[in-house]
Design a protein around this ligand. Structure first.
Ligand SMILES: [Zn+2]
Length: 402
């Protein structure tokens, strides 16, 4: 195939054209990694029947490091759910930078050709390109660069399963791999899509569930039963009031307000039957600094509202799941990364990410990744120019420790 960049380089041999050649080579290399990463189905099997566990993609990534001569391991979490790690020892072996990407993607429903990378100008289309196989390709590119170059610090490359569902991969990494490192990493960079901004904060979330119990009876004789659906109105009303109160609180500079929303509602067994049971699940998005006590108080308010509603129903309620918010200070390291990334801006990400679990384990962790569009949507793409920028920013950041 005709390649204009190579022709230009061979005619002029100027530093500029050689630079162009190098950048074309880098682009091709990153596209090659991303093509393969996208091609392997790594749809989270908990989210879609078309999903596949992460072993195949984890082994592909591990082979890359093995071929570079960098010690690597595929970790089995259970079945074929797998993480991959690799460790490159630097001049200062105990100064370790943790890098992280998740191998799983969301489902592919209604997408055409989700596993074949398609290039359209600067846009690289395909499931997972943006969220976040591009970040994984950056790690692979950095490994290829630093295997031949003196690296001032050690690099812990990590690729995890299941971020899109329950983060079993990151939990396994925190429990089994991070403690095995020669020292605790001084910083974690999670290459989720951030449009090249430095994601110093993200929201957490908690899930709540209430079950209201009544007594079934014939629809024509409600006095013989206890309706378990009517009291839901009081619960929903209280949730709405709490949500309005949250919107009145002082907003977080990057994340805005905490919110909640009812996500699931169910109950009853038939239209002619007094409902003996109903259930309501809601999600609360949590800002850095909000306490568990505050969440508990909100839950108690919803319980009281249901208890005070008309009828002899009973209520059971609980928090079923919780992921912490994350925020790290703008210290020297973060400023250094911002500089390396071309003085981009700080930002907060509304979504939750595995970085919060690393921060919780004592490794301050941030989000930094490429620009693109369509995370969890049918038209997902990542910008090639931005992918290259992220790679170059990371390289500059690492080399700057010299
Ligand atoms: Zn992601």
């Amino acid at each position: 195939m005709y390649n204009s960049v190579e022709v230009v380089a061979s005619i002029f041999h100027s530093p500029v054209s050689l630079g162009l050649d190098r950048s074309k080579k880098l682009q091709d290399q990153l596209i090659q990694y991303l093509t393969k990463l996208v091609h392997i189905n790594s749809v989270n099997p908990d989210l879609s029947t078309e999903g596949q566990q992460e072993r195949e993609i984890a082994e592909y990534v591990s082979r890359h490091f093995h071929q570079l001569g960098i010690p690597t391991q595929v970790h089995t979490i259970n079945g074929d759910r797998c993480n991959t790690t690799a460790f490159l020892k630097g001049a200062n072996p105990e100064k370790i930078l943790l890098m992280n990407g998740h191998l799983d993607t969301v489902g592919i429903e209604d997408m055409t050709d989700p596993f074949n990378l398609r290039k359209d100008g600067d846009k690289l289309y395909g499931r997972g390109t943006y969220d976040m196989l591009a970040g994984c390709a950056v790690q692979m590119g950095l490994a290829a660069y630093f295997k031949d170059q003196p690296c001032p610090i050690s690099l812990a490359f990590t690729f995890v399963a299941d971020e899109e569902s329950l983060s079993m991969g990151m939990e396994h990494l925190v429990e089994h791999y991070l403690p095995s490192l020669p020292a605790k990493p001084f910083l974690g960079i999670f290459m989720e899509p951030t449009e090249e901004s430095i994601g110093i904060s993200n929201k957490g979330y908690a899930w709540f569930e209430i079950e209201i119990e009544g007594l079934a009876a014939h629809g024509s004789r409600p006095e013989e039963g206890i309706n378990a659906i009517f009291p839901l109105a009081a619960a929903l009303q209280e949730l709405e009031i709490i949500n309005q109160e949250l919107a009145q609180e002082k907003p977080h500079p990057y994340l805005g307000h905490a919110t909640l929303h009812p996500g699931l509602i169910s109950g009853g067994t038939g239209q002619s039957v007094i409902a003996a049971m109903s259930k309501l699940n809601w999600e609360r998005r949590i800002l850095p600094g909000e306490s568990q006590d505050k969440l508990d108080t909100e839950l108690k308010r919803v319980i009281s509202a249901i208890e005070n509603a008309n009828g002899d129903h009973t209520v059971k309620a609980r928090q079923t799941f919780n992921r912490p918010p994350n925020e790290i200070p703008k210290d020297d390291l973060v400023v250094k990364l911002k500089k390396a990334a071309g003085n981009t801006n700080y930002n907060g990400m509304s979504y939750w990410a595995d970085s919060a679990l690393a921060s919780q384990a004592g490794i301050p962790s941030i989000l930094f990744g490429p620009a693109g569009h369509g995370a969890h949507a049918v038209d997902e793409w990542v910008s090639l120019a931005s992918l290259v920028n992220c790679y170059e920013s990371m390289k500059r950041f690492i080399l700057d420790f010299d």
